[in-house]
Write a protein that binds this ligand. Structure first.
Ligand SMILES: Cc1cc2nc3c(=O)[nH]c(=O)nc-3n(C[C@H](O)[C@H](O)[C@H](O)COP(=O)(O)O)c2cc1C
Length: 288
Protein backbone atom coordinates (compact mmCIF):
# COMPACT_ATOMS: atom_id res chain seq x y z
CA UNK A 1 0.00 0.00 0.00
CA UNK A 2 1.21 3.46 -0.73
CA UNK A 3 -0.44 6.84 -0.64
CA UNK A 4 -3.67 7.36 -2.51
CA UNK A 5 -3.48 10.39 -4.74
CA UNK A 6 -5.15 12.75 -2.31
CA UNK A 7 -2.30 13.76 -0.05
CA UNK A 8 -3.17 17.47 -0.28
CA UNK A 9 -6.64 16.79 1.08
CA UNK A 10 -5.10 14.79 3.95
CA UNK A 11 -2.62 17.58 4.74
CA UNK A 12 -5.51 20.06 4.80
CA UNK A 13 -7.58 18.02 7.19
CA UNK A 14 -4.81 16.74 9.52
CA UNK A 15 -4.89 18.07 13.06
CA UNK A 16 -3.09 16.75 16.11
CA UNK A 17 -5.27 14.21 17.89
CA UNK A 18 -4.79 13.70 21.64
CA UNK A 19 -8.01 11.87 22.53
CA UNK A 20 -8.63 8.55 20.85
CA UNK A 21 -11.51 6.16 20.61
CA UNK A 22 -11.23 2.88 22.52
CA UNK A 23 -11.68 0.93 19.26
CA UNK A 24 -8.65 -1.17 18.26
CA UNK A 25 -6.80 -0.38 15.07
CA UNK A 26 -7.93 -2.89 12.45
CA UNK A 27 -5.53 -5.63 11.37
CA UNK A 28 -5.70 -4.32 7.81
CA UNK A 29 -4.51 -0.91 8.97
CA UNK A 30 -1.84 -2.40 11.24
CA UNK A 31 -0.48 -4.40 8.31
CA UNK A 32 -0.25 -1.28 6.19
CA UNK A 33 1.57 0.58 8.97
CA UNK A 34 4.01 -2.26 9.58
CA UNK A 35 4.71 -2.81 5.88
CA UNK A 36 5.40 0.88 5.52
CA UNK A 37 7.64 1.35 8.52
CA UNK A 38 9.90 -1.62 7.85
CA UNK A 39 10.51 -0.72 4.22
CA UNK A 40 13.95 0.94 3.99
CA UNK A 41 12.83 3.09 1.08
CA UNK A 42 10.41 4.89 3.39
CA UNK A 43 13.05 5.54 6.03
CA UNK A 44 15.77 7.20 4.00
CA UNK A 45 15.90 10.97 3.60
CA UNK A 46 16.96 12.82 0.44
CA UNK A 47 20.59 13.05 1.63
CA UNK A 48 20.85 9.44 2.72
CA UNK A 49 20.20 9.57 6.48
CA UNK A 50 18.20 6.62 7.69
CA UNK A 51 16.18 6.37 10.88
CA UNK A 52 13.85 3.76 12.31
CA UNK A 53 10.18 3.70 13.29
CA UNK A 54 9.07 1.16 15.88
CA UNK A 55 5.49 0.29 16.77
CA UNK A 56 4.44 -0.39 20.36
CA UNK A 57 0.87 -1.56 20.88
CA UNK A 58 -0.60 -0.53 24.24
CA UNK A 59 -3.58 -1.41 26.38
CA UNK A 60 -4.47 1.31 28.87
CA UNK A 61 -1.09 2.86 28.08
CA UNK A 62 0.77 -0.28 29.15
CA UNK A 63 2.88 -2.21 26.62
CA UNK A 64 2.99 -5.99 26.18
CA UNK A 65 6.18 -5.96 28.29
CA UNK A 66 4.19 -4.38 31.11
CA UNK A 67 5.88 -1.00 30.78
CA UNK A 68 3.69 2.03 31.39
CA UNK A 69 4.31 4.53 28.60
CA UNK A 70 3.79 7.95 30.07
CA UNK A 71 2.54 11.08 28.32
CA UNK A 72 1.77 13.12 31.45
CA UNK A 73 -1.95 12.98 30.70
CA UNK A 74 -1.61 14.59 27.30
CA UNK A 75 -2.83 11.55 25.40
CA UNK A 76 -6.01 9.58 26.13
CA UNK A 77 -6.81 6.04 24.90
CA UNK A 78 -3.99 5.55 22.39
CA UNK A 79 -3.99 2.12 20.77
CA UNK A 80 -0.26 2.25 20.28
CA UNK A 81 2.74 4.45 19.68
CA UNK A 82 5.01 4.90 16.72
CA UNK A 83 8.44 5.71 18.03
CA UNK A 84 10.99 7.57 15.95
CA UNK A 85 14.66 6.67 16.28
CA UNK A 86 17.44 8.71 14.69
CA UNK A 87 20.91 10.11 15.16
CA UNK A 88 21.06 13.38 17.08
CA UNK A 89 22.58 15.69 14.52
CA UNK A 90 21.31 18.23 12.04
CA UNK A 91 20.50 16.52 8.76
CA UNK A 92 19.66 13.12 10.27
CA UNK A 93 16.99 14.89 12.36
CA UNK A 94 15.64 16.92 9.45
CA UNK A 95 15.59 13.89 7.18
CA UNK A 96 14.03 11.67 9.81
CA UNK A 97 11.17 14.11 10.30
CA UNK A 98 10.66 14.18 6.53
CA UNK A 99 10.14 10.42 6.53
CA UNK A 100 7.99 10.44 9.69
CA UNK A 101 5.66 13.14 8.36
CA UNK A 102 4.99 11.11 5.24
CA UNK A 103 3.86 8.25 7.47
CA UNK A 104 1.68 10.71 9.43
CA UNK A 105 -0.05 11.72 6.19
CA UNK A 106 -0.56 8.09 5.18
CA UNK A 107 -2.15 7.50 8.60
CA UNK A 108 -4.36 10.56 8.13
CA UNK A 109 -5.56 9.07 4.86
CA UNK A 110 -6.61 5.97 6.82
CA UNK A 111 -8.48 8.19 9.33
CA UNK A 112 -5.94 7.33 12.03
CA UNK A 113 -5.15 10.20 14.37
CA UNK A 114 -1.60 11.25 15.25
CA UNK A 115 0.11 13.83 17.42
CA UNK A 116 3.80 14.56 16.91
CA UNK A 117 5.41 14.62 20.34
CA UNK A 118 8.92 15.72 21.14
CA UNK A 119 8.53 16.89 24.70
CA UNK A 120 5.53 15.75 26.71
CA UNK A 121 6.31 12.07 27.08
CA UNK A 122 8.47 10.08 29.40
CA UNK A 123 11.53 9.23 27.26
CA UNK A 124 12.82 6.76 29.85
CA UNK A 125 9.76 4.59 29.61
CA UNK A 126 9.99 4.49 25.81
CA UNK A 127 13.72 3.79 25.92
CA UNK A 128 13.03 0.76 28.11
CA UNK A 129 10.74 -0.57 25.42
CA UNK A 130 13.02 -0.01 22.42
CA UNK A 131 16.51 -1.35 21.80
CA UNK A 132 18.54 1.75 21.01
CA UNK A 133 21.77 1.22 19.11
CA UNK A 134 24.98 3.21 19.43
CA UNK A 135 24.34 6.88 18.58
CA UNK A 136 20.57 6.49 18.42
CA UNK A 137 17.97 8.43 20.38
CA UNK A 138 14.23 9.07 20.27
CA UNK A 139 13.48 12.48 18.71
CA UNK A 140 9.71 12.01 18.61
CA UNK A 141 6.80 9.67 19.02
CA UNK A 142 3.19 9.73 17.98
CA UNK A 143 0.27 8.00 19.61
CA UNK A 144 -2.07 6.36 17.11
CA UNK A 145 -5.69 5.31 17.13
CA UNK A 146 -8.99 6.41 15.69
CA UNK A 147 -9.86 9.91 16.86
CA UNK A 148 -12.54 10.33 19.47
CA UNK A 149 -14.94 12.83 18.00
CA UNK A 150 -15.45 14.40 21.43
CA UNK A 151 -12.31 16.35 22.33
CA UNK A 152 -11.50 16.67 25.99
CA UNK A 153 -11.58 20.11 27.59
CA UNK A 154 -7.84 19.51 28.08
CA UNK A 155 -7.28 19.23 24.32
CA UNK A 156 -9.18 22.41 23.63
CA UNK A 157 -7.27 24.25 26.35
CA UNK A 158 -3.97 22.98 24.99
CA UNK A 159 -4.82 24.04 21.45
CA UNK A 160 -5.68 27.45 22.86
CA UNK A 161 -2.42 27.73 24.82
CA UNK A 162 -0.18 26.82 21.89
CA UNK A 163 -2.46 28.75 19.50
CA UNK A 164 -2.67 25.57 17.43
CA UNK A 165 -5.29 27.02 15.10
CA UNK A 166 -3.33 30.16 14.57
CA UNK A 167 -1.29 29.39 11.47
CA UNK A 168 0.93 32.28 10.42
CA UNK A 169 -0.04 34.08 7.22
CA UNK A 170 1.94 33.92 3.99
CA UNK A 171 3.62 37.27 4.47
CA UNK A 172 5.19 36.12 7.77
CA UNK A 173 6.61 32.88 6.35
CA UNK A 174 7.28 33.19 2.64
CA UNK A 175 9.48 35.61 0.71
CA UNK A 176 10.01 36.62 -2.87
CA UNK A 177 13.68 36.50 -3.98
CA UNK A 178 14.83 38.42 -0.89
CA UNK A 179 13.75 38.54 2.73
CA UNK A 180 12.66 42.16 2.21
CA UNK A 181 9.75 41.19 -0.03
CA UNK A 182 6.88 39.01 1.24
CA UNK A 183 5.65 36.43 -1.24
CA UNK A 184 2.21 36.99 -2.64
CA UNK A 185 0.15 33.80 -2.83
CA UNK A 186 -1.30 34.71 -6.21
CA UNK A 187 2.19 35.32 -7.49
CA UNK A 188 3.85 32.07 -6.41
CA UNK A 189 3.28 30.19 -9.68
CA UNK A 190 3.03 26.41 -9.69
CA UNK A 191 4.63 26.05 -6.27
CA UNK A 192 1.71 27.81 -4.57
CA UNK A 193 0.11 24.60 -3.28
CA UNK A 194 3.33 22.94 -2.07
CA UNK A 195 4.20 26.17 -0.23
CA UNK A 196 0.72 26.33 1.30
CA UNK A 197 1.17 22.75 2.58
CA UNK A 198 4.28 23.87 4.48
CA UNK A 199 2.12 26.51 6.18
CA UNK A 200 -0.45 23.90 7.27
CA UNK A 201 2.07 21.47 8.74
CA UNK A 202 2.46 20.71 12.43
CA UNK A 203 5.34 22.27 14.34
CA UNK A 204 6.66 22.09 17.88
CA UNK A 205 4.50 24.38 20.06
CA UNK A 206 3.10 25.63 16.75
CA UNK A 207 6.09 27.97 16.42
CA UNK A 208 6.11 27.57 12.62
CA UNK A 209 9.82 28.29 12.22
CA UNK A 210 9.79 27.77 8.43
CA UNK A 211 10.92 30.64 6.23
CA UNK A 212 10.82 29.99 2.50
CA UNK A 213 12.41 32.08 -0.19
CA UNK A 214 11.16 31.59 -3.75
CA UNK A 215 13.47 32.44 -6.65
CA UNK A 216 12.35 35.00 -9.21
CA UNK A 217 11.94 32.31 -11.90
CA UNK A 218 9.66 30.40 -9.44
CA UNK A 219 11.68 27.20 -9.86
CA UNK A 220 13.84 27.12 -6.74
CA UNK A 221 12.51 27.33 -3.21
CA UNK A 222 15.02 27.77 -0.39
CA UNK A 223 14.06 26.51 3.06
CA UNK A 224 15.36 28.33 6.15
CA UNK A 225 14.66 27.86 9.83
CA UNK A 226 14.08 30.78 12.17
CA UNK A 227 15.20 29.27 15.47
CA UNK A 228 13.23 30.17 18.58
CA UNK A 229 16.12 30.93 20.97
CA UNK A 230 16.71 28.17 23.58
CA UNK A 231 13.54 26.41 22.47
CA UNK A 232 14.46 22.82 23.34
CA UNK A 233 17.97 23.15 24.73
CA UNK A 234 17.00 21.37 27.96
CA UNK A 235 16.07 18.28 25.95
CA UNK A 236 19.52 18.02 24.43
CA UNK A 237 18.47 18.29 20.80
CA UNK A 238 17.10 20.89 18.44
CA UNK A 239 13.47 19.88 18.15
CA UNK A 240 12.71 22.59 15.62
CA UNK A 241 14.88 20.79 13.07
CA UNK A 242 12.04 18.27 12.99
CA UNK A 243 9.69 21.05 11.87
CA UNK A 244 11.96 21.59 8.86
CA UNK A 245 11.76 17.94 7.83
CA UNK A 246 8.00 18.09 8.21
CA UNK A 247 7.93 21.08 5.85
CA UNK A 248 9.99 19.15 3.30
CA UNK A 249 7.70 16.12 3.53
CA UNK A 250 4.56 18.23 3.06
CA UNK A 251 6.10 20.19 0.19
CA UNK A 252 7.30 17.11 -1.67
CA UNK A 253 4.02 15.23 -1.31
CA UNK A 254 2.16 18.22 -2.75
CA UNK A 255 4.67 18.50 -5.63
CA UNK A 256 4.05 14.84 -6.47
CA UNK A 257 0.30 15.36 -6.47
CA UNK A 258 0.40 18.44 -8.70
CA UNK A 259 3.07 16.77 -10.85
CA UNK A 260 5.96 19.13 -10.28
CA UNK A 261 9.27 17.35 -10.67
CA UNK A 262 12.33 18.41 -8.79
CA UNK A 263 14.77 17.41 -6.13
CA UNK A 264 16.27 18.44 -2.81
CA UNK A 265 19.68 20.08 -3.01
CA UNK A 266 22.05 21.87 -0.68
CA UNK A 267 22.63 25.13 -2.54
CA UNK A 268 22.78 27.99 -0.09
CA UNK A 269 22.17 31.15 -2.14
CA UNK A 270 24.01 33.19 0.53
CA UNK A 271 21.32 35.82 0.58
CA UNK A 272 21.31 38.52 3.24
CA UNK A 273 19.47 37.21 6.33
CA UNK A 274 17.27 39.56 8.37
CA UNK A 275 18.43 38.27 11.77
CA UNK A 276 20.90 35.89 13.39
CA UNK A 277 18.28 33.26 14.23
CA UNK A 278 17.69 32.39 10.60
CA UNK A 279 19.68 29.50 9.15
CA UNK A 280 19.70 27.92 5.70
CA UNK A 281 18.62 24.28 5.57
CA UNK A 282 17.80 23.04 2.07
CA UNK A 283 16.43 23.96 -1.36
CA UNK A 284 13.89 22.43 -3.70
CA UNK A 285 14.96 22.76 -7.29
CA UNK A 286 12.34 22.09 -9.94
CA UNK A 287 14.87 22.51 -12.73
CA UNK A 288 16.33 19.08 -12.11
C1 LIG B 1 8.35 18.36 16.43
C2 LIG B 1 7.03 18.48 17.16
C3 LIG B 1 6.98 18.24 18.52
C4 LIG B 1 5.76 18.32 19.20
N1 LIG B 1 5.73 18.00 20.54
C5 LIG B 1 4.52 17.98 21.18
C6 LIG B 1 4.45 17.52 22.51
O1 LIG B 1 5.47 17.18 23.13
N2 LIG B 1 3.23 17.48 23.11
C7 LIG B 1 2.09 17.84 22.46
O2 LIG B 1 1.02 17.74 23.04
N3 LIG B 1 2.13 18.28 21.16
C8 LIG B 1 3.31 18.33 20.52
N4 LIG B 1 3.35 18.74 19.20
C9 LIG B 1 2.12 19.09 18.48
C10 LIG B 1 2.01 20.61 18.21
O3 LIG B 1 1.64 21.27 19.41
C11 LIG B 1 0.98 20.86 17.09
O4 LIG B 1 1.47 20.30 15.91
C12 LIG B 1 0.74 22.35 16.86
O5 LIG B 1 0.13 22.92 17.98
C13 LIG B 1 -0.15 22.61 15.63
O6 LIG B 1 -1.38 21.94 15.75
P1 LIG B 1 -1.85 20.90 14.64
O7 LIG B 1 -0.87 19.77 14.63
O8 LIG B 1 -3.22 20.46 15.09
O9 LIG B 1 -1.86 21.60 13.30
C14 LIG B 1 4.57 18.69 18.50
C15 LIG B 1 4.64 18.94 17.14
C16 LIG B 1 5.85 18.83 16.46
C17 LIG B 1 5.88 19.06 14.99
Amino acid sequence: MSFNQFTIEAMQKRQSVRTFDTENITDAHLNIINDYRINDENLVGPFGSKGRIEFIPVTNNVSDKGIKLGTYGFIKNPQGYLVGIAENSKYPLVEFAYTFQKLVILLTQMSIGTCWMGGTFNRNSFEKEIQLGEGEFIPCITPIGYPNQKQRVFDKALRYVVKADNKKSWDKLFFDSSFDVPLNKENAGRLETPIEMVRLGPSASNKQPWRLLLSSDRKVCHFYIEHTPNYSSKLGYDMQLLDMGIAMGQFELACKEVEIEGSWVLENPNIHLPNEHIEYIVSWNSNR
